[in-house]
Design a protein around this ligand. Structure first.
Ligand code: TXA
Ligand code: MG
Length: 360
């Protein structure tokens, strides 16, 4: 009797249920009120996971200084533990709490670009443990531009480690509803904010070595950074290279239906591929820059330019996989088209990964 009384109170108090050794949590959906922000901050300081919006994608936040909290991130996402996390801050002064060396080039990026959809990789201080950096001697640091993200980070009052808030391998979430789809029952809370305006994850810029290298392309382009820094900023192209962001090795962002990618904007080729899939019994869809070119075939647009394509990318991917069972994407980005802007390389990178480099 006593036992039941205690466990009932325990359940009521913590909202925790133990079933088949998996801890199922009653996830709370919070708003951007002062009291809910306070709750989100308290949950982070208590070692819990909180989903939150940024301008790029929704993040899955944990106290970056609390190893057991950070460990929960890998469990909730099913993420390989050799893929390090980004540490999020709301004030530039926090960079000096977590990085041991801020080079002159890094100072330029920090002063002139941040806050922005960019992450800088710098040598780490011992306060950032190996669980955050997957054992690397460097730490990835990001100060989001989004006001909502910064209000949350201020409420947390500690550096917050956060990967994208999707199940590992799935498209990143750009709305809180998509975070709910992947994380409901696995994390303490989600701060429900605006849809993400940029739509693809931040540019990861490694400044911990002699030469600056973009490890992951995002909305801040290598061309812009080269001009700003007055040195060539290379883009990592060989994922097996030693100068590496471990995350680029994994298959990412994949929809749960077959997907291929075409890179020339060749309407005849796309139509023929579509018709062949239809004849095989699939329900295919064309995901293209100019959907009006494809007659009666089902075609969905990416947006008017690369920035719009980025903003729509992951949401459209999740919408298409729910409605169709074969995605035929086409992205033609060079040659002075409206898709030739700063986010083009990032969009191409995500599409390539989503189709597992299955180019037609
Ligand atoms: O826009 C973003 O960056 C979002 C939002 C939530 O801020 N976050 C995000 O995190 O995309 P995630 O975990 O999905 O991707 C982190 C990337 C991975 O490619 C990882 O390998 C790289 O950053 N990374 C983290 N720490 C690193 C380090 N010390 N050295 C090299 N790459 C690192
Ligand atoms: Mg991710």
């Amino acid at each position: 009797m006593n036992f039941y009384f205690i466990s009932y109170n325990f359940i009521l108090f913590t909202n925790l249920f133990l079933c088949d050794k998996i801890i199922v949590v009653k996830t709370r959906y919070l708003k951007f009120t002062e009291s809910d922000l306070h709750t989100a901050g308290e949950l982070i300081r208590a070692g819990e996971l909180v989903g939150f919006p940024t301008e790029t994608v929704y993040g899955l936040g944990a106290d970056a200084l609390n190893e057991s909290a950070v460990r929960k991130t890998y469990v909730a996402k099913g993420r390989p533990s050799d893929n390090p996390l980004i540490v999020h801050i709301f004030d530039k002064s926090q960079i000096y709490d977590v990085a041991s060396d801020v080079s002159p080039l890094a100072q330029i990026v920090i002063e002139r670009v941040m806050p922005a959809p960019i992450t800088v990789v710098l040598p780490k201080k011992p306060v950032i443990k190996g669980i955050v950096t997957a054992g690397l001697p460097s730490v990835a640091i990001r100060m989001p531009q989004s006001d909502e993200a910064r209000r949350f980070l201020r409420a947390a009052a500690t550096p917050v480690s956060a990967p994208s808030a999707n199940i590992s391998g799935r498209p990143s979430p750009t709305t809180w509803q998509r975070v709910k789809e992947d994380m409901d029952g696995k994390i303490a809370a989600v701060l429900c904010g605006e849809p993400c305006k940029v739509g693809i994850e931040s540019t990861v810029l490694d400044l911990s070595r002699d030469e600056p290298v973009v490890l992951r392309p995002g909305a801040i382009s290598a061309e812009f950074l080269s001009e700003l820094l007055g040195v060539e900023v290379k883009v990592l192209t060989d994922p097996s290279s030693k100068v590496n962001s471990p995350g680029v090795r994994y298959k990412h962002y994949a929809p749960n239906v077959p997907m291929v990618l075409e890179l020339d904007g060749d309407a005849d080729k796309l139509c023929a591929f579509y018709d062949a899939r239809l004849a095989e019994g699939y329900k295919p869809v064309l995901w293209v820059q100019r959907p009006m070119l494809f007659g009666g075939r089902r075609a969905v647009g990416m947006g008017a330019n690369d920035m719009e394509a980025a903003a729509n990318l992951f949401e459209t991917m999740r919408m298409l996989e729910a409605r169709y069972n074969y995605i035929i994407a086409s992205f033609c980005w060079r040659g002075g088209t409206s898709f030739d802007g700063p986010a083009s390389r990032g969009v191409l990178d995500r599409l390539m990964r989503a189709c597992g480099h299955n180019i037609i």
